[in-house]
Design a protein around this ligand. Structure first.
Ligand SMILES: [Cu+2]
Length: 281
């Protein structure tokens, strides 16, 4: 009896630990935005219309494939139970059934149409870049990013992972700053190998390729910090070139722009430029 109670006690303790874990995970999930959270199993919370669309499409597809999978599983179970050689020793010789053949042609076509409509709509939303209020250029380098604001002057700055700041592996020394509710065009390229500029909560991921200029866009609808990482294996420190974007109000952005112009003007930080100059000599 005591042993039984002991086991029961352990089980209760186990449940309590799991419960506490879930509660902590849930709380953490509710608190953070723009970065991964403990116990997270879903997509990061959306901060742009594109990501809201991606999340919707993901959930829609998840329910659809779940329904299809359960339906096929049910059919298989029926076949296994009802039509095995013991339960059904004399098999039917039926070969055609017009109704069912029409149905299993038409229904999958309808399902594909139902998938393709929101899928194409999302694709156009991502690829058809609206008129931009601001352009930022991100250049991938081994192993950091260099940012410039082409329509705001010649300044540019490097953004390196900051080891002493939180969140770990995501914080940087100089973050990208953009205004809230403005269409930001992101141009990407690279100075050495292929990198990829990805920010999950914005729903963007685009290759940064040497000698090419790719572009995408986002419109952040919330202020705060949003993080991403290089998403193309680019060498030994691929995991240590995070992307940090701080979304601020328009006034704060204007103020930041003024300081940035001064702060980075005296710092012609183009490692690429100096590297090519060295090579040329
Ligand atoms: Cu990279």
């Amino acid at each position: 009896m005591r042993m039984l109670r002991g086991q029961f006690g352990h089980r209760l303790l186990g449940l309590a630990v799991i419960g506490a874990g879930l509660a902590v995970g849930g709380a953490a999930y509710a608190q953070v935005m723009g970065q991964p959270a403990p116990w997270e199993y879903k997509l990061q919370e959306a901060a742009t219309p594109v990501m809201e669309n991606i999340t919707w499409f993901h959930n829609f597809m998840l329910w659809l494939i779940t329904a299809i999978t359960l339906f096929v599983l049910a059919l298989l179970v029926i076949v296994v139970v009802k039509f095995n050689s013991k339960a059904n020793p004399v098999p039917s010789k039926t070969t055609h059934n017009t109704l069912i053949e029409v149905a299993w042609t038409i229904i999958p076509v309808l399902i594909l149409v139902a998938v393709s409509v929101p899928s194409f709509r999302l694709l156009f939303l991502q690829l058809d870049i609206p008129k931009a209020d601001l352009t930022i250029k991100a250049t991938g380098k081994q192993w950091f990013w260099t940012y410039s604001y082409p329509d705001n002057g010649p300044f540019e700055f490097d953004s390196l992972m900051a080891q002493d700041k939180q969140p770990r592996l995501l914080a940087v020394d100089n973050e990208v700053v953009v205004p809230v509710n403005k269409v930001v065009r992101v141009q990407t390229t690279a100075a050495d190998v292929i990198h990829s500029f990805a920010v999950p909560s914005f729903g963007i991921k685009i290759d940064a390729i040497p000698g090419r200029l790719n572009e995408t866009w986002f419109k952040a609808t919330k202020t705060g910090w949003f993080y991403g990482q290089c998403s193309e294996l680019c060498g030994k420190d691929h995991a240590y070139m995070p992307i940090a974007i701080r979304v601020v109000t328009e006034q704060e952005f204007a103020a930041w722009l003024e300081t940035a112009k001064k702060k980075f003007a005296s710092n012609p930080s183009s490692t690429f430029a100096s590297a090519t100059t060295t090579q040329a000599q």
